[in-house]
Write a protein that binds this ligand. Structure first.
Ligand SMILES: Nc1nc2c(ncn2[C@@H]2O[C@H](COP(=O)(O)OP(=O)(O)OP(=O)(O)O)[C@@H](O)[C@H]2O)c(=O)[nH]1
Ligand SMILES: [Mg+2]
Length: 205
């Protein structure tokens, strides 16, 4: 897919204030600092589109972007940042659950996972929640440039093994690096494919 345009639209805490849900929507989520905003900038080819930071917890709101005037891309605040208070963690969970449940045009959630780590409890818990809620999702392993390809493969395999314990069907997986632009074509082709399926079968939206 060629990115012809990428525009920031709105930042919200409330689902009912998000843009009109008349387009396919793809949301990016994962632990704080996993590289969500960097991946969004890499995919869209706009360096400063989503705010990135070396400090975890930068993204606090539901951020909507409009891509090619055709689909929404959403940067969601990360989970699992140890330094946030219990209250803000609960607020995050409320907001995200509400978003996942109430956003009618939500097409697919991209769960970002740091490819340097073996399966971590907060990621597994979030994946479980998506499964329970019946939200379609795929896995994106980030920061693949930070270690050898073999190490990345081993960590991805550990994830696959862990998820196989609970799930019969495994989600699609992508390996990415924002700095090396790895996985860009694969992720964008996937979105294009799903957009085309939706255009042919709008009832499945
Ligand atoms: N080497 C490398 N560094 C990356 C990559 N992606 C992100 N980073 C770095 O990781 C840090 C966090 O990146 P962000 O994109 O801000 O992460 P985020 O998930 O949006 O973080 P929050 O919004 O705070 O939850 C920054 O210092 C990025 O430069 C990558 O693919 N490779
Ligand atoms: Mg961010």
């Amino acid at each position: 897919m060629l990115i012809r345009s990428a525009k920031f639209l709105t930042s919200n805490t409330r689902v009912d204030q998000c843009p009109v849900p008349d387009k396919p929507e793809y949301a990016f989520i994962g632990r704080s600092n996993v590289g969500k905003s960097s991946l969004i900038n890499m995919l869209t080819g706009h360096k400063g589109l989503a705010k990135t930071s070396a400090q975890p917890g930068k993204t606090q709101l539901i951020n909507h972007f409009l891509i090619n005037d055709y689909w929404y891309l959403v940067d969601l605040p990360g989970y699992g940042y140890a330094k946030v208070s219990k209250d803000s963690r609960a607020a995050w969970e409320r907001m995200i659950r509400f978003y996942l449940r109430e956003r009618p045009n939500l097409t697919c959630v991209f769960v970002l996972i740091d490819s340097r780590h073996e399966p971590l409890a907060p990621d597994l818990a979030f994946i479980d929640m998506l499964g329970t809620m019946g939200v379609p999702f795929v896995l994106v392993f980030t920061k693949a440039d930070k270690q050898s390809a073999l190490r990345t493969q081993q960590n991805v395999a550990a994830y696959t093994a862990k998820l196989s314990e609970t799930w019969d069907e495994l989600p699609r997986q992508f390996i990415t690096s924002a700095s090396e632009k790895t996985g860009r074509d694969e992720v964008l082709s996937f979105i294009e494919e799903v957009n085309q399926q939706l255009a042919q079968n709008p009832d499945n939206a």
